[in-house]
Unconditional design. Structure first.
Length: 704
């Protein structure tokens, strides 16, 4: 034996005295390295590995499961059986031993014990690979493991598997397969999985999936699950997965509702109230809505009690204020601001016995805090009036502002009127005009009308007749008929008697009169008496005047008094004329004071009394009677039967001009041009003359 081999283990001397075969040597080194039995020669990959050289990194063998070929080679190389078995146990067999494998090992020198030991060793698991799913696509090994976990009872995993199928990630996109795994969890008692399975199937465009959803819900409903009955009713209502059948949908909703499912009561109500696939039945629909309010939890009550209460209070069924109040109370207690506000309105309207206005104010306050700007305005009105609750103008103003900023037109209107009156804040025509403008933009027709009146008079801003007419028309068209009369007056201001505007004006006045606006009847009566815009009809005019006067309209009493004095449309009756004109004057009608003053000034039908006439003109002018102001001013500046006083006369004429009396503007222009009673001002005089001509002054200077 060569000296170099002495002292080495037996297996290092296996090739002693044999020629070296390169392939055989490589095979031997690999097997030795695998079993960690052989010492690598110098410079070999194994030695390089020990030294950390790049060669080692590139070719160091990796441990792997052993094949039968490896065992045969070990036996042929006479490796110790004990070491071979130890390595098999450490690395496992690549595959289980078959009969042919045992025969090969016996041929290579293995005995029964060796084969038994090898057979008892571990077998390496096969490498995981993707597989085809029944939905027609590939699923990864991880998904396969999740599927097996779901089927073995790890129910939370079922949702994850369903997600993968719904999204089409690592599994084919299939709602049907997703539902299969959700139904595994559903069958094991996981209720959310049941709901989600139906959601997944119902959202599918495939008819088969929708039919599967219907089958699942049918079983759940049969098992007395109310949610299942309700959802199944929805499928029958829409015709998804089942034939469309409104009657069956209603029966399913009713079953769930009677069992206590308030949502199903709401569904049944909508079906009946809207007549969706079934005969409309408002009474039955309201009954279901009422059940939803009374039986539902707070969120349901908050959503539906106010609606049910409003129907009971206003329409759909015979009015039942007590029931409406109870439903609104339930909604309010559930946190619905609308319920609080509606209940407050019922109390304010004296429709709920035993409830005070103080309670209404508290309820309005809750509704306002809940974001209902209209109820903020309602509370502000109570606080501003101070009748049922202590007056608090400061808080009322704050609430009105809050509501106005939320585009509640009535609140902006109220603020405008408060500013005009100087109620709780400085009087300012400009600020009032701004609030009225905001109210009009927010849709409040009355605010448009009030803004139109300001634009016509020029209060708070430059006079703008065209804008005034547009605003008054908006108010009139918005249903506030009193402004139709203002529009009629604005249309004919300065127009000759033959102008077509008189016809439209008469129609507007007639519309207002038909809408029970006394001033409209008075205006129409004047048009019929003069034959402007309509065929002259003094008897009808007198009847209209009488009706308006009976409604305490001063213009109506004025028209009737003049008709009685002149015998127009009815028999002349001076005594009754005086009484009627006195009534008009007392009601604040400047025209009535002026007409009565004319009678006393001229002694027509009554004894002449110019002192009394002068007093009546003063009263008429103070009541904004433009004609009375003209007559008073004319006599003051001329000293006609009274002491001349051009300064007071100019004041009266200015007031008459502002009220639209053309003659007052013309006479005042003369006074201003000459500086009589007022400082001379050519520019102002020219403007006043233009205003007089615009208002229909018949002086020849307007024809230049």
């Amino acid at each position: 034996m060569p000296a170099a081999l002495r002292g080495l283990p037996f297996h290092h001397r296996l090739d002693e005295g044999r020629p070296v075969d390169a392939h055989r040597q490589s095979r031997r080194l690999r097997l030795c390295a695998l079993l960690a039995l052989c010492a690598a020669p110098a410079g070999s990959p194994r030695e390089s590995a020990a030294q950390g050289t790049p060669a080692a990194t590139a070719s160091a063998p990796a441990v792997r499961p052993l094949a039968v070929d490896d065992l045969v080679e070990f036996l042929r190389l006479r490796f110790p059986a004990m070491r071979i078995v130890a390595q098999v146990r450490a690395s496992c067999l690549a595959s289980p031993l078959g009969a042919a494998d045992e025969q090969r090992l016996r041929t290579a020198g293995a005995d029964d014990k060796f084969i038994a030991d090898v057979r008892a060793s571990c077998v390496a698991a096969s490498a995981p690979v993707a597989a085809f799913d029944t939905a027609g696509g590939m699923i990864t090994p991880r998904v396969q493991q999740m599927q097996r976990a779901c089927e073995r009872g790890t129910l939370a995993v079922c949702d994850s598997v369903a997600d993968l199928y719904v999204e089409g990630i690592f599994a084919p996109k299939s709602r049907s397969r997703a539902a299969d795994f959700l139904l595994v969890a559903c069958g094991a008692g996981r209720a959310p999985a049941c709901d989600r399975a139906v959601d997944v199937l119902d959202a599918s465009p495939e008819a088969a999936d929708q039919q599967k959803a219907a089958r699942v819900l049918t079983q759940r409903c049969d098992d007395r699950e109310l949610a299942g009955c309700r959802r199944l009713g929805g499928l029958y209502e829409k015709g998804r997965g089942v034939p469309k059948d409104g009657e069956r949908a209603l029966a399913l909703y009713r079953r769930a509702c009677d069992g206590g499912a308030a949502d199903a009561c709401v569904d049944a109500s909508a079906l009946l109230l809207e007549g969706r696939g079934i005969a409309r039945d408002s009474a039955a629909g309201l009954d279901f809505l009422t059940k939803a309010c009374e039986r539902g939890a707070a969120p349901i009550a908050a959503l539906h009690c106010a609606v049910a209460g409003a129907v009971h209070a206003r329409a759909g069924v015979p009015a039942d204020d007590a029931r409406a109040a109870a439903l609104h109370q339930r909604g309010c207690e559930a946190g619905d601001a609308r319920g609080c506000g509606e209940l407050a309105a019922l109390i304010q309207g004296s429709r709920v016995a035993g409830r005070s206005m103080a309670e209404a104010a508290t309820l309005y306050d809750r509704a306002c805090a809940g974001g209902r700007a209209g109820d903020c305005a309602a509370l502000a009105a109570l606080l501003s009036e101070g009748k049922a609750v202590p007056r608090d103008v400061a808080r009322a103003t704050q609430l009105y502002r809050r509501a106005c900023e939320a585009r509640v037109g009535a609140a902006c209107l109220a603020l405008g009127r408060m500013v005009l009156a100087g109620d709780g804040q400085p009087r300012s025509l400009a600020v009032a005009s701004d609030f009225l403008e905001r109210g009009c933009v927010a849709g409040d027709a009355t605010a448009c009308g009030e803004q139109g009146r300001l634009a016509w008079s020029g209060a708070g801003a430059a006079r703008d007749p065209d804008r005034a007419r547009a605003l008054l028309a908006k108010a009139c068209d918005g249903g506030v008929l009193a402004y139709c009369v203002d529009l009629a007056q604005a249309l004919v201001a300065g127009a000759p008697p033959t102008d077509s505007a008189w016809g439209r004006a008469a129609a507007l006045a007639g519309r207002a009169c038909d809408g029970r606006v006394p001033r409209g009847c008075s205006w129409l009566g004047a048009a019929l008496q003069a034959g402007r815009g309509a065929t002259a009809d003094p008897p009808r005019a007198a009847r209209l005047f009488a009706a308006a006067c009976e409604a305490s309209d001063p213009a109506g009493c004025t028209g009737l008094g003049r008709a009685l004095a002149d015998g127009q449309g009815l028999a002349a009756d001076p005594a009754r004329a005086v009484a009627t004109l006195e009534q008009a004057c007392t009601l604040g009608g400047g025209g009535g004071c002026d007409a009565l003053a004319d009678m006393f000034w001229s002694g027509r039908g009554v004894p002449r009394d110019r002192g009394r006439a002068f007093v009546l003109w003063q009263r008429g002018c103070a009541a904004d009677g433009a004609t009375a102001c003209h007559n008073l001013g004319q006599r003051l500046v001329k000293g006609d039967a009274i002491a001349k006083d051009e300064a007071r006369g100019a004041e009266a004429l200015a007031r008459g001009c502002d009220g639209g009396e053309a003659r007052a503007c013309g006479l005042l222009a003369e006074q201003v041009a000459a500086g009589r009673g007022v400082p001379a001002d050519a520019a102002r005089a020219q403007a006043l003359q233009a205003r007089a001509c615009e208002l229909g002054w018949t002086d020849k200077r307007c024809r230049r």
